[in-house]
Each structure stands twice: as structure tokens, then as C-alpha cells.
Design a protein around this ligand. Sequence first.
Ligand SMILES: [Zn+2]
Ligand SMILES: [Zn+2]
Length: 342
Amino acid sequence: MDVFSLIYKRLIEWVITPITEQFYSIFSFNGRLGVVFLCASYGVAYGLFRFRKQHGLTDAPSFWQFIGGSRVYFHRSAWLDCRYYLLRKLLKLALVLPIVHLVDPYILRSGDYLAFFNNLWGARPRPGDGLSLALLYGLGVFLVKDFTHYWVHRAFHSRWLWAFHKVHHSAPVLVPATASRIHFVERIVGTLSITACLGLYVGTFWYLSGGEISHYRLFGVTYVVFIFNSLAANLRHTQVWLSFGPVLEHVLNSPAQHQIHHSDAPRHFNRNFGTNLSLWDWMFGTLYVTNARPEPLRFGTGEQDHQRYLTVYSLIVTPFVDIAGKLPGKRLRGIKTQTPYS
Ligand SMILES: [Zn+2]
Ligand SMILES: [Zn+2]
């Protein structure tokens, strides 16, 4: 094989194929930002618009205005979120996946726990895979992920980690792509924490059920996540106010509740850390419920940050600058950093 065909082969293998796969993932069901889920969310928003229009509950002259109009979708921040979304797909390939794989062997995995329990208490009889067992297992995977994410999110609102999570909160307007405005440090910590907690859960479940079982999936994703993503999850990062009402919001996290989480009003700080469930917020004292009447909200982290998160480069680098400023004897002057949770 000559040198050019070798380079071509490597280019296809390491660059073209992974990038194409990332592009196709937009059309898959794996990930909230898939085209199908986006359409479902805006379909719900349209239903909401028609309902409010008929009952005189909105003064928006058109659906476009109702979802925010050019003030939101042509905002510099929305455009930045789209660019960052594309770059993040590349960052994932170049940075996140290699680092996670590097650390992976040091995290106890499901198989390790299974072997550990087998050694400790002996192997259990295998009952075989049943649908109910697969559904129960899938529900557990969902709960463990959602619970772990609640605590990781809460930890990232603390003094030292806030600088990284602030990137997500720095968006002054919310569009579905804002969900992807997550710093790679937060992504790596989140992925590793979830892997470790899932390892323990899956290992324990396998042991108790007598062996490896696969969880019930719909179109390749955990069925519970599929259901939640179909239920307007993309509206969390929009201006569309969709409340589930104060009772249901003790368990399910509504788009309005996540918009409260993004509010720059101090009375909303440290509220609604949950992703799909707000049950954890209720259990651990961080719940804020909403009702059908929209609250006037302003998103972002305040005036002082407006000029600090305008480029993809600043989204990646600013957290490190902020942390360096917090080190003893290196306090940055003139930059007031907002730390809503400590
Ligand atoms: Zn947050
Ligand atoms: Zn958010």
C-alpha cells in the first residue's frame, strides 16, 4: 500500500467516518436534539399557541413571535450556541471520548460488581429475561442517571465548579441548542460520575436477577428517556412557558421550571437542578414550582458577563481564567463573578 492510500484510509477511518456519524446522529433518536424530538417540541408549542390565542392568553400576533421571533433566534447568543454545538461534536471525538476511555478502566464497571457479589455470596440462579424485568431494569437505569445528574448539576453550582457551569448559564436567550452549551470539563465529570453510579446499579441488578440482562429500548434508547424526550423536552431551552402545574411539578420537571433555573433573579438561584424529574429537587429542598401564568424572566448571569461569553473560544477558555482569578493572591480585579450556590 503506498503512502497516499494509507493516508486516505486513515483519513476515512479517523476523521471522515466519525464526523459523518456525528452528523447522522442529528436524525437519530439518541439525544434530545434529534430532528424528530425538535419537531415534537415545536408541535407542542404550536398547540399551546393556538390554545392561548383562542382563550386570549397571549398577545403574540404569530407563532413565530410566540416562540421568541428574531429577537431570540437571530440573537448572537443563539448563533453562538449553534456553532458551539457543532464544535462540541468535534470536541467529543477529540477530547471527551479519549479522556473517558482513559479513566474508564479505573472505574468499577457492572461486570466487576457482579464478580464481586458472586465471590461474596455465590452465583444466583438465572430466571431468564422477561419483559417486566427488562422494563424494571430500564426504569432503574433512568432513575440512577437522573439522580446522579441532579447531584453533578448541583455540585457544578458550587464555588469551584461554577466557572465551568456558568458557560451554560451565560446564554441571554434560550434556544434548543443551548442545551449543548456545556463546558467539556463538566461533560467529562458528568459522564464519569454517571458511568460509576450506573456500574454499581447494573452490577447489583445483574447479581440480584441472576445474570446479565438487557434493558428494554425504544429505537435504541432507554424507553423512559425516549418518552421524556418526546414530551417537549426541547422546550426547556426556549422562551415558551410550559408549566405542568404545581402538583405534577413535584415529580416531573417542566420546561417552565428549567427556565426558572436559568433566571438571573436571586430568588430563583439554586432552584430546579433536576433534568427529567424534579422529584430530587422536592426531596432535597431545591424545588420551585410554577403555574400557567408565565413569570417575567431574564436569562443569563447578569450585565457584567454580557461581553465575556461572545465567542466559541471564550466559552472554552473563560472558566480557566475565572478559576485562575480565584487562586490565592491572583484575584482578578474588575470582574465580579456571580456564585449563586456555595
Ligand atoms: Zn445550572
Ligand atoms: Zn439549561
